[in-house]
Write a protein that binds this ligand. Structure first.
Ligand code: PLP
Ligand code: ZN
Length: 447
């Protein structure tokens, strides 16, 4: 295999490199984050057209492991790993659909939703975890003494880590903030046999602790501070472009918490441009919940300052993060992609999610944040009606039913204008007929 990849310090003044099987999460010289670098020179010896053809040939086929949306791009992800060590659950290849009715309602004709939650563990975190757990399996096969993989999580990272580790026969350890994740998210790692540590703190508190315990090299760190995760997640941007027959959209909106995913999105798109598969880059918008908005605050001050905050409780629980680990990478991405950061209140995110559901979606609250931000930027004229816009939907709505139930029962702190309540009736034909008549009359318009 002529292709190579390694860890490299993101600080341009440093640029220290490390092999992918060394246990290192920060640069040992200057303490900056690391990223996986590829031998672009070697990759560019193959033409853009030849890469497109290879990726098309593999996409959603039956050849293991290349049918996976991630491993179909193996040469761009982890070229040196043995296929025997790949731990894949057929991740990626998720639906990108035209949101025709929602788009019409808001006056946007070319709106698309990338449904990253329609996957094995129900969120985009599968894209990164297949890569990280595969590399761990490779290291174990080379004799590196790793006993377990550990992560802190707002609920989706832990679900993905637990399921990929279970598939690989590797122990997982997950640190979760008590009462701040959904029941579905809590039961996922429990069912997959993870060691579940349920702690009286928030995500940022769990993150601090996991960094301490993974100083022991036999406990490998599974958070996105580990840039192997970013390598897998970067396929989301590549896949969107592929699904538009190798054309980049104008704008991509992505909800952000720890900010690994926006960095990953940018990394994949830049690789497409560097290797000549696309000519122009889209703009990237990061959508944050108003109650957990450290990036938004920094954006308002031109990224000149960054202050971690104490994130407040938000319905968008997977992005309730006050001290995002990948802040620097995200700022770099936003500067390269004419980035915008916008925020959404609890009411705005819940209404946008529900409005989307009324047009056939089934949104998680984080997707609600992204949709609410889209509405705001359209109104402000920062996104044009003629543009092709993609909203990245990060998780499956079924993971967040508690929030949806509260919304439709009007148990939240605002009116819940799209609430739809079941009508309780005796099981008699006359009662049913009467209910039908009144209800259908009062619901002439669909929203
Ligand atoms: C993890 C997660 C996010 C945020 O991704 P970051 O990389 O932490 O910015 C958004 N939505 C959902 C559903 C998630 O699980
Ligand atoms: Zn460095």
């Amino acid at each position: 295999m002529p292709y190579r990849a390694w860890f490299q310090c993101i600080n341009p003044q440093c640029g220290a490199t490390y092999s992918l099987n060394s246990i290192v999460y920060h640069c040992t010289q200057c303490h900056s984050l690391l990223e996986v670098q590829h031998d672009l020179e070697a990759l560019s010896r193959r033409s853009a057209a030849a890469w497109m053809k290879r990726f098309e040939d593999r996409y959603k086929g039956n050849e293991w492991p290349y049918a996976s949306g991630v491993w179909g791009k193996k040469e761009w992800i982890l070229p040196q790993i043995d296929n025997a060590n790949v731990v894949s659950l057929y991740e990626g290849g998720t639906n990108l659909f035209w949101a025709e009715r929602f788009g019409k309602l808001i006056g946007l004709n070319d709106l698309w939703i990338k449904l990253c939650g329609n996957t094995h563990s129900g969120s985009f975190k599968d894209l990164g975890m297949t890569v990280l757990v595969s590399q761990v399996k490779q290291m174990i096969s080379e004799g590196v003494p790793i006993k377990a993989v550990a992560c802190a999580s707002t609920g989706d990272t832990s679900a993905a880590l637990a399921t990929y580790c279970a598939a690989a026969g590797i122990q997982s350890v997950v640190l979760l903030p008590r009462g701040k994740i959904s029941i579905a998210q809590l039961v996922q790692p429990i069912a997959n046999g993870a060691l579940v540590l349920y702690l009286d703190t928030d995500f940022d508190g769990c993150m601090k602790l996991v960094q301490e315990i993974t100083k022991d090299p036999t406990l490998y760190l599974g958070n996105s501070m580990n840039s192997l995760r970013v390598e897998g997640q970067k396929t989301v941007g590549i896949e969107i472009v592929q699904q538009f027959d190798w054309e980049a959209p104008d704008v991509i909106i992505i909800p952000g918490g720890n900010l690994g995913n926006v960095s990953a999105l940018g990394k994949g798109l830049l690789m497409l441009k560097d290797l000549g598969l696309i000519a122009k880059l889209p703009r990237i918008v990061v959508a944050q919940a108003e109650r957990a908005n450290p990036l938004y605050r920094s954006y308002q001050r031109n990224f000149e300052v960054f202050e971690p905050i104490q994130a407040q409780k938000t319905l968008a629980s997977a992005i309730q993060i006050g001290n995002p680990v990948s802040f620097e990478k995200a700022v770099r991405t936003l500067k390269q992609f004419k980035g915008i950061v916008e925020q959404a209140s609890e009411e705005e995110l819940a209404d946008a999610a529900a409005m989307g559901d009324r047009t056939g979606m089934f949104n998680c609250p984080h997707t609600g944040v992204a949709l609410a931000v889209l509405l705001k930027l359209l109104k402000a004229g920062k996104i044009d009606k003629a543009e092709r816009v993609v909203v990245i939907s990060t998780a499956h709505g079924l993971k967040f039913v508690e929030m949806k139930v509260k919304y439709h029962q009007k148990e939240l702190e605002f009116p819940c204008q799209y609430a739809n309540q079941p009508i309780e009736l005796p099981a008699r034909l006359d009662a049913v007929k009467e209910a039908l008549q009144t209800a259908l009359q009062s619901r002439k318009d669909l929203l």
